[in-house]
Design a protein around this ligand. Sequence first.
Ligand SMILES: Nc1nc2c(ncn2[C@@H]2O[C@H](COP(=O)(O)OP(=O)(O)OP(=O)(O)O)[C@@H](O)[C@H]2O)c(=O)[nH]1
Ligand SMILES: [Mg+2]
Length: 459
Amino acid sequence: MLETTRAPRETALLVGVTTADTRRVDTLDSLAELAELADTAGAAVAATVTQSLAHASSSTYVGAGKVNEIKGLIEEHSADLVIFDDDLTPSQLRNLERALSHGDKPVKLVDRSGLILDIFARRAKTAQAKTQVELAQLDYLRTRLTRAWTHLSRQKGGIGTKGPGETQIETDRRMIGLRMAVLRDKLEAIDRQRATQRQGRQDFTRFALVGYTNAGKSTLMNALSGAGVHAEDRLFATLDATTRLVTLGGNKQVLLSDTVGFIRKLPHKLIESFKSTLDETREADLLLHVVDASHPRFEEHIAVVRETLKEIGAEEKRTLLVFNKIDALDELGLLPMLKAQFPDAVFVSALRGHGLETLRRRMLDLSEAGFETIDALVPMAEGKTLAHLRRVAEILDEDYVYAQETAREAWMDAPEATPVAAVRLRLRLAPHHARDVRPTLDRYRHFVVVDDAAEAQAA
Ligand SMILES: Nc1nc2c(ncn2[C@@H]2O[C@H](COP(=O)(O)OP(=O)(O)OP(=O)(O)O)[C@@H](O)[C@H]2O)c(=O)[nH]1
Ligand SMILES: [Mg+2]
């Protein structure tokens, strides 16, 4: 697999700009997050450089003076790489490469997307995640093939020694295109397999955990289901989708999925190639949006998550806001304030197990909202349908109707109908199940009568 940074504990410099349409505090915040990302990727941050500009320089991202300052810092700290807080264009990359290289010590240039992709590459464990990450990496790399960027034939450590010439770059581009086609095929095969797996789960209401990275989704998953999902104080600890059964009280069970977290400026290519992992979210009936209430910028995190949900086409889903880490709020007055501001949210500590009962109750209410009560008359001979209904529906009332009676009813409704023994059922069904079974139940009307009005008439 390709990686844009490799050796552990490399020394890094961070560079960010504040432009006319960003606030300085946002830049500092974004850089603090970039430092966390760098740390997750295994780099030690030696210095951070910021600049205020009307807009980022189209040729070198920062101004000429800053480029020199960065060059000085590279020498001073013997930095291995420079990480830019925004994505660089190929020409910015080329110019910076030229301006910052000195002597025989190569310096790697990495932008935010490259760094996130690198972390994803390190964290990917399943075939699906690995394939998705590699696809995103290649797509990203394709537009950035320059001399100091990773070269396909020298994946390890050779970055910046002596780069490929233009012909080599063309060859690399073609190779990338071919490899991407192979990966897409592979993903399609994995998708088909997963779709088959998901069919077995259609009897349950499905919840998906969504939220900013490090909000505590996996910890909450474990607290609710007893699953041993890996949780860690690192960004993007989870890359794969895990699904577990959760019991909500009574004997009501639902499915809960944990999956990859979001972050601001998440590379679009990455979202695209993580389509199949994100299917868990897209196909869920309900979302639990987990928020780290102890994070000073949680409101921005909420906005980023909503924005990303829109991007993957899941913004219309019914969503329950779950504020997590309430044990870690340092201001005493914060919790009441949050509760007043978000009256519909649930407040928990996944780590301490606080508030989980309330959460389960709210999940139960949500999963039952929109349930429908249906009266049905099902012929005894339709054993399969009866078994299916018993599995997916709550049976509120049940009694047997004998052939003679159905014959009379059927005759009223349709004289050509066949008289059969049947079961009269009053069912309570989740909306998606009601939708599924209705056509079948309607079909039985041809030989048995379900309509109460007809019954009343007959009496
Ligand atoms: N204080 C406190 N820490 C928590 C709580 N829930 C989770 N954490 C910590 O937050 C960190 C991140 O937790 P995860 O469950 O891995 O977060 P995640 O949302 O799954 O993160 P990614 O998979 O990286 O997107 C871990 O160090 C957890 O121990 C909580 O209720 N209180
Ligand atoms: Mg996780």
